[in-house]
Ligand binder design. Structure first.
Ligand code: ADP
Length: 604
């Protein structure tokens, strides 16, 4: 192992990727060596029961100290027999059997000066660093005193002072690292939530896809697997739900049926107990005690083994009482063990991811519902179009024959019947025509013509058409039109129909002697067309459904007039097709104003 590898190894163990903490520890050992006079000084920290060397100073040939990792128990024989010097333990060569320490303590051979307190190459001097609760968190050891002697009282005091400082440095580094981990996990969680709340990206697949990278990075995992449970109603989910497993590098991992089955059995238990499950060497996996807890854990270990993995953290995903999924993060043999901070954060991620899944699931359901409604609407439009089309031919036959009958002069007794049949046929023809028109303008496949249409021309044509009816009813029709700037891009026939529907309604629903005003004006990039009357007016409740097909108001005065209830639906659809909108302002008994806003033609 090269020194570089050793450093990377220690980084992986500690996660102390930020080298500030390491630099402080390095400075520490160098100061100890220089100020107190030792050739060799090392500083190790306790990680998952091991002493991992984080800093070393001394001759190049012993630099392998830096890569050394020993179980904490290596200190046991020293602790048992050594002399206590404050934080330090001194084990004199003459007080122990060297074979006990063999293999763990590096003996740095040197020539021993012939003095009473000479340092023996077999002497061990190690300072124990503890946290505020007295738990061992690290060790500082020194070797090869420059003086060749065992430390005197003054040197011991100095050693003690440096050890105290080193202790603080290690405690701080640990605390800082916890913070860094928490920040990394919090960031991962935030990204998850963000991806889930972007509605256009919000599919379960997208959440799983977005989640993978932050998860493996945040947790330093070699891979992640998310199994979405309760697939009912999830697009793409078969009986087993939706599974997403990737290596850190993004390679897909094949999930066996047994794994999926295991996820379905394990996740709800973990969610109920609000716990995660760690499966790793030397860790006793715990599940809430039920009859099959043992076999479940055995199965989990077996599955992990089959994938060639040694360590995994299983997390339930859920919201409220509902368990929605299962997350597994894996690590390889050389990776560090799962820390308490990590398992805590993982449970938190289980809530966040659970909430995200809940949101997208609701969105997906909504989307599907909209799709179904859309299909229903398409079907309805198609049905109406087909029916009206089919009715048109027999209606033409009937009205043709009615005309023939009137030519036959059947006598006065037949006339009322003929008149009734003609009225009915005309009415039916109007319904069929309106239905066909509504179907055509609602059809997204039916393209809209984009011809410049001057609304002044349209107004003139419409007034010409309904003018006689209005005059017959004693109504006045006023026009207030801008002299120019009233050109829009669209279909002239459709715009004609839009305006004639509005004006004929105004004429129809305004009692004798009233007035109708048609205005058109340019407002910025829009042309605003309005039809105002001082007629019956429309109640607020009736205004709500006004533009729905077949809607007729509840006002008995209005119902006396013949109508299909399709006119305003056609107006709204044509306006919408022209990227415009229609609004109504009305008060019962005080008249009505319909306002249509359309984008002005770009060249105008
Ligand atoms: P109809 O064929 O019944 O006129 P519309 O869709 O054109 O169908 O209008 C729907 C209903 O809105 C009408 O039945 C009528 O009650 C009301 N309405 C439309 N225009 C006016 C108006 N200018 N004044 C009062 N009521 C109106």
């Amino acid at each position: 192992m090269t020194e570089h590898d050793a450093t990377r190894h220690a980084d992986a163990r500690t996660g102390w990727s930020d080298s500030a903490a390491r630099a402080v520890l390095q400075l520490m050992v160098e100061s100890v060596a220089e100020m107190i006079g030792f050739e060799v000084a090392t500083l190790s920290v306790v990680l998952d029961g091991d002493l991992v060397t984080m800093a070393y100073t001394g001759p190049e040939e012993f630099a392998e100290y830096l890569s050394s990792t020993d179980p904490v128990s290596v200190l046991d024989p020293v602790l048992a027999q050594a002399e206590t010097w404050g934080r330090f333990r001194f084990l004199a060569a003459e007080d122990y059997d060297a074979s006990e320490l063999e293999g763990h303590w590096m003996v740095v051979a040197e020539e021993q000066p012939d003095v009473p307190d000479a340092w023996d190459p077999m002497d061990v001097l190690v300072g124990l660093l503890t946290d505020d609760d007295g738990h061992l968190i690290g060790a500082m050891s020194v070797d090869r005193p420059v003086s060749g002697r065992r430390p005197d009282a003054a040197q011991r005091r100095l050693l003690e002072r440096y050890a105290a400082q080193a202790e603080r440095a290690v405690v701080t580094a640990f605390e800082r690292e916890e913070l860094v981990q928490q920040v990394a996990h919090a960031e991962a969680a935030r990204r998850l939530i963000r991806s889930a709340s972007m509605p256009d990206q919000a599919s379960v697949e997208a959440v799983l896809d977005h989640t993978h990278q932050p998860l493996v990075e945040g947790f330093g995992a070699s891979g992640s697997w998310i199994q979405v449970l309760d697939p009912e109603g999830l697009d793409g989910g078969g009986d087993g739900g939706l599974g997403y497993a990737r290596t850190r590098e993004g390679e897909a991992v094949v999930l066996s049926d047994r794994m999926v089955d295991l996820a379905h059995r394990l996740a709800p238990r973990l969610w109920e107990a609000q716990q995660v499950l760690v499966i790793a060497e030397g860790v006793e996996p715990t599940l809430p005690a039920t009859a099959d807890a043992g076999p479940l854990i055995e199965e989990a270990v077996r599955q992990l083994d089959e994938l060639g993995l040694t360590s995994a953290l299983a997390v339930p995903l859920g919201a409220g009482t509902e368990c929605l999924g299962f997350l597994v993060l894996s690590r390889r043999a050389q990776d560090p063990a799962w820390s308490a901070v990590e398992t805590g954060s993982a449970l938190q991620i289980g809530y966040d991811l659970g909430a995200a899944l809940m949101t997208v699931r609701a969105l997906e359901r909504e989307r599907r519902l909209v799709h179904e409604l859309q299909q229903l609407d398409d079907y309805r439009s198609q049905l109406i179009a087909t029916l009206s089309h089919e009715l048109r031919t027999p209606l033409t036959v009937i009205s043709g024959n009615l005309e023939l009958l009137s030519d036959l002069d059947l006598g006065p007794a037949a006339q009322p019947y003929q008149a009734a049949m003609t009225r009915g046929t005309v009415r039916m023809q109007k319904v069929v025509d309106d239905l066909l028109l509504l179907a055509r303008v609602s059809d997204p496949q039916h393209p809209l013509a984009q011809v410049p249409v001057d609304l002044r021309t349209v107004v003139t044509a419409v007034v010409g058409l309904v003018g006689s009816t209005a005059r017959a009813k004693g109504l006045t029709i006023d026009r207030r039109l801008d002299a120019s700037g009233l050109v829009v891009a669209g279909d002239a026939a459709e715009l004609d129909r839009l305006l004639s529907n509005l004006v004929s309604n105004a004429v129809k629903y305004t009692p004798v002697g009233g007035s109708v005003t048609i205005s058109a004006e340019r407002r910025g990039g829009s042309v605003v067309l309005s039809v105002a009357d001082d007629g019956l007016g429309i109640s607020e409740e009736d205004q709500v459904g006004l533009f729905r097909p077949f809607f007729r108001t509840t006002n008995p005065d209005a119902l006396r007039e013949p109508g299909t209830g399709l006119g305003l639906a056609i107006v709204a659809t044509i306006a919408e097709r022209h990227r415009g909108e229609v609004r109504v302002r009305s008060r019962l008994g005080a008249g009505t104003t319909f306002t249509v806003t359309l984008p002005a033609a770009p060249t105008d």
